[in-house]
Write a protein that binds this ligand. Structure first.
Ligand SMILES: [Zn+2]
Length: 241
């Protein structure tokens, strides 16, 4: 079937249509990890049905395509230069590096950008300053969310102590003595994903293993946890850097 194209705003979607006899009434759209948009259509659907379905889900497709693009860009070593994309609370921000006129460094969110001011910018310095900023934001934001999420759980008497530790593949864990450790990179994730990780760890204060009771408790607190988890999993490569 070849690749077809559809313009949407200043974006051109390239997609491949696959006819599926097992589909009865709806056109389905997938975005593959290589960026290819696959449109599955039932036998009876025509080209305008396909285009209509794409237009209807255009924003979602655009987001998925952007994520794939970012993933590919992030597969390369980060350079910590102006224009590079970094995440904060699920949103993408462009990095802006400025030469600081004082010996002090600073980082702030300004007009949709993360502005890092450093004397004599270079990769190591900017990376260090940015890491520190994420850790500070994590201590503040994750600490506040932890308090809010915990306050709603009857089995938690007192908000547990929060530790932040950079981990390669883990968002958090809960020690047998009830201390919660979170990866500061979690502050790059959307809020529902943050709350999911917090809820997961707080459920461990009552159910210490990943048994049936644990998942029942988790589902009672967060009925859609599976969807949120898969959203977080799909972004992991982007955020855990
Ligand atoms: Zn767990």
């Amino acid at each position: 079937m070849g690749i077809e194209r559809l313009s949407y705003g200043d974006e051109v979607f390239e997609y491949e249509v696959i006819v599926r006899r097992d589909l009865t009434n709806k056109v389905q759209i997938h975005v593959h990890p290589n960026g290819l948009i696959q449109v599955d259509k039932p036998d009876g659907a025509n080209e305008s049905d396909v285009k209509k379905a794409i237009r209807k889900r255009a924003r979602w497709i655009k987001t998925q395509v952007d994520i794939v693009r970012d993933m590919r860009a992030h597969a390369l070593p980060r350079e910590y230069v102006s224009g590079e994309t970094h995440f904060y609370l699920g949103r993408r921000y462009r990095l802006k590096i400025e030469q600081s006129s004082s010996p002090l460094s600073s980082t702030k969110l300004l007009a949709g950008r993360i502005v890092v001011e450093v004397p004599n910018p270079n990769v190591d310095r900017v990376r260090g300053v940015l890491r520190r900023w994420y850790k500070e934001r994590a201590a503040d934001y994750l600490g506040r969310r932890l308090e809010i999420v915990a306050s709603d759980m009857r089995w938690v008497d007192e908000t547990p102590h929060l530790r932040l530790t950079t981990m390669k593949r883990q968002w958090g864990n809960c020690s047998p003595n009830g201390e919660i450790t979170l990866n500061p990179a979690l502050v790059k994730a959307p809020r529902d994903c943050i709350d999911y990780v917090l809820t997961h760890e707080l459920c461990h204060l009552r159910e210490h293993h990943h048994g049936l009771e644990f998942y029942q408790l988790l589902a009672s607190r967060l009925p859609n946890w599976k969807a949120v988890k898969s959203k977080l999993d799909s972004m992991a490569e982007l955020l855990l850097v």
